[in-house]
Design a protein around this ligand. Structure first.
Ligand code: GLN
Length: 281
């Protein structure tokens, strides 16, 4: 089978199994199988795939048609200019979360302690440490599997000396520290429990529900994080949360402790309120 045939066949099969963006995905799968980029694949449509490559292609296609996320199949996901190892047990980093990191990198002071609550792959903490060479961070997660990925990613990005991984499920269960943190950042589980049934199969079947389900109103964790930030952040420190839209923002504004003032609310690429940043006064 040559590259052109493989591409058409991949596209048709992905379509049959209701995979969105079948054109894009067929290229991505060929990139994984051949180790070549899109420009090469388009310029060498007649090149034949080796038997090993065809075998790998079949294996990937089979997994993808069961709606396994491509990031799990490939074992990595690009995020904020770096590649993060991911797999079952750890949420796949999303573009919305890149917005959060991008914003924070322009806001935070170089020294000071960062806490990333619910770190998953470590994408938020590690990206901040990568961008700000003086920063130090504590990355908290309830899942030992996720912490394993975060540790691997920290080592790959060479920030492991500035990152403490902390295993905990409870907000407020943080390591003792000499100084107050200057930033609490989190992409907490924020999907209301009733909406988790409507998630796309890639997410519902494969990604950890515990990383997504934010309780009845989706704000079970966000509210606790704001309380904690109000009581524990350094003067002038920031609490930055990824959130699920206007109604969550309104509710959190009502709820936030008086020590915090809302400094910024940022919309995502779809115009949905996605990031809220409070300042400790
Ligand atoms: N911090 C990680 C991310 O944003 C994991 C978030 C989570 O598990 N809720 O991808």
């Amino acid at each position: 089978m040559n590259i052109a045939k493989a591409r058409h066949w991949l596209r048709r099969t992905l379509q049959q199994y209701d995979i969105d963006n079948s054109i894009r995905e067929s290229i991505l799968i060929l990139e994984i199988v051949t180790g070549r980029n899109e420009a090469y694949l388009r310029a060498h449509e007649n090149e034949r795939l080796s038997p090993e490559q065809q075998g790998r292609l079949l294996e990937i296609l089979d997994r993808r048609c069961r709606h396994e996320p491509l990031a799990y199949i490939e074992g990595e996901q690009a995020f904020f200019g770096r590649t993060f190892r991911v797999g079952p047990g750890c949420l796949v980093p999303r573009p919305e979360t890149e917005l959060l990191v991008e914003h924070l990198c322009s806001l935070i002071s170089p020294e000071g302690m960062v806490i990333d609550w619910g770190t998953g792959s470590g994408c938020i903490a590690i990206s901040i440490l990568g961008a700000i060479p003086e920063a130090q961070a504590v990355a908290v997660d309830c899942s030992p599997l996720a912490l394993g990925y975060a540790w691997e990613n920290a080592r790959r990005q060479k920030v492991e000396r500035r990152l403490l991984l902390w295993h905990s499920a409870r907000v407020g269960d943080m390591p003792p520290s000499a100084s107050k943190p200057s930033l609490l950042v989190s992409n907490p589980p924020y999907i209301p429990t009733s909406e988790t049934a409507r998630l796309m199969p890639e997410v519902a079947r494969y990604e950890p529900l515990r990383a997504l389900d934010g309780g009845e109103d989706g704000l079970w964790f966000a509210k606790q994080l704001l309380q904690w930030a109000g009581a524990n952040l350094a003067h002038g420190g920031l609490a930055a949360l990824e959130i699920g839209g206007q109604s969550q923002l309104t509710e959190l504004r009502r709820y936030a402790p008086t020590a915090l003032v809302l400094a910024e609310a940022i919309n995502d690429y779809n115009g949905i309120e996605r990031i809220a940043i409070w300042k400790h006064i």
